[in-house]
Design a protein around this ligand. Structure first.
Ligand code: SF4
Length: 417
């Protein structure tokens, strides 16, 4: 910037002294006019016709050059330090998919600083996304309003100089912080009537943007831009030292045999959970073939993970409730194959690039597919699916009960071929 500011007056003097060839501008480090405005005379090699060959006219034209050049450098430098605040989603899977948006933002603004306002649990996940610069903890729990806490946070953000906020959740309350923080450009879907809070409010066309990841990516592009044919795939970065630390804390040895990871939980509800006895059968078959089997999940998944391990017998290690999120991510990166319900860990496994069989029940792989070419989908296309319910409204859960382990086994074999 200093160099640029020194170059501007120098070039102006040279330009005036030399008698006005516009083509001289680039030789003095100044930008061509045509980068600033299509109507500008940058492509010309001589002075514009309206500039007369007298001293005052040239002086005025030189001043215009100086002003435009300064404007150009200010735009460029603000672009380099562009600060963007993304209000993140509240689910692990959605947060993983948000990485596609961060990648798009980085492509558009390579030097942008992207910070994410997100629940505290998501810190370790965001730390594994190289595009994210900082994480601001949302002091309010999911579903809570707590206007005072939101306002206090927003007031603290006023001096941080964010140029844009991108609000991924559709709720009214999620758009309050960027508005109170007076961030100049506030982008998001209209959602819960957020016209006043967002000044770059987009209407969501669900037919044009059927997938969650497409909706996130669209918010990182100008309103009238078309989407890239494929959204960039999330890729979590895992280091050897982190993996080693997780293995040490849990007293696990890296398996000399192949490792099968099972993720039988789904926080959303039972209509997304493939039966525990089916998982146990897959585990049993692999243990017999000498594989190591680790079962992953949160504290809410302990019961179902216990059932899987009991059904599988000796050799199945239950890690549910024992790992923190960052450890689950790092240990999943060791798996040779992952079998998972449509859950946050499924998106994590996909973002780690592990071979993955994703089992879908009441949800729809068209809406939230695993974003990886190493994934296979196991699903029955019943008339009633997808119903998107947490519990089966018909009481039979046939979308998952009628999906036999043999189908998943076949998908695993395809991945290993
Ligand atoms: S209604 Fe159909 S899709 Fe929904 S949970 Fe029941 S069986 Fe599955």
């Amino acid at each position: 910037m200093d160099l640029a500011l020194r170059a501007v007056p120098c070039a102006t003097v040279c330009f005036w002294a030399l008698g006005g060839s516009v083509a001289a501008l680039p030789h003095h480090g100044l930008p061509r006019y045509d980068r600033l405005s299509p109507a500008a005379p940058g492509a010309e090699t001589r002075l514009p016709a309206e500039v007369k060959h007298d001293g005052r006219s040239r002086m005025r034209y030189s001043f215009r050059c100086w002003h435009r050049a300064l404007e150009y450098y200010l735009i460029e430098s603000s672009e380099h330090t562009r600060r963007i605040l993304v209000v993140g989603p509240s689910w692990v899977g959605d947060m993983v998919m948000a990485q596609s948006l961060f990648l798009v933002l980085k492509r558009r603004h390579p030097r942008a600083q992207i910070d994410v306002l997100a629940p505290a649990w998501s810190g370790p996940l965001l730390e594994r996304m190289p595009e994210v610069c900082g994480v601001i903890n949302m002091p309010v729990g999911h579903g809570q309003i707590q206007l005072k806490a939101r306002f206090r946070l927003a007031r603290g953000l006023r001096s941080t100089g964010y140029q844009q906020a991108i609000v991924l959740p559709n709720s009214f309350k999620s758009a309050l912080v960027p508005w109170w923080a007076r961030i100049p450009q506030r982008t998001g879907f209209v959602g819960e009537l957020r016209w006043g809070l967002l000044n770059d409010a987009r209407r969501l066309d669900k037919r044009r943007l059927p997938m969650t990841v497409q909706r996130f990516v669209a918010l990182g592009l100008p309103a009238d831009a078309s989407l890239p044919p494929e959204a960039p795939q999330p890729r979590l970065r895992v280091t050897e030292s982190c993996v080693r630390a997780a293995l040490d804390r849990l007293a696990l040895a890296p398996s000399a045999w192949r490792l099968l990871a099972l993720c039988p939980g789904a926080e959303f509800g039972p209509a997304k959970r493939w039966p525990a006895e089916y998982y146990a059968e897959i585990a049993r078959q692999h243990i017999q073939q000498g594989w190591a089997v680790w079962v992953f999940g949160s504290e809410q998944d302990v019961t179902v993970a216990d059932a899987v391990c009991q059904g599988a017998g000796a050799g199945c290690i239950n890690l549910a409730g024992r790992t923190r999120l960052h450890e689950a991510i790092d240990l999943l990166s060791l798996a040779d194959v992952v079998v998972s319900n449509d859950s946050g860990l499924m998106h994590v496994a996909a973002a780690l690039g592990r071979p993955l069989v994703a089992v879908y029940g009441s949800s729809d792989p068209q809406f939230t597919p695993p974003l990886s070419e190493h994934a296979r989908i196991a699903r029955l296309d019943l008339d009633c699916s997808p119903c998107f319910k947490r519990e089966c409204p018909l009481g039979h859960l046939n979308c998952l009960r009628q999906l036999p382990p043999a189908r998943v086994r076949q998908a695993i074999n395809e991945l290993l071929r």
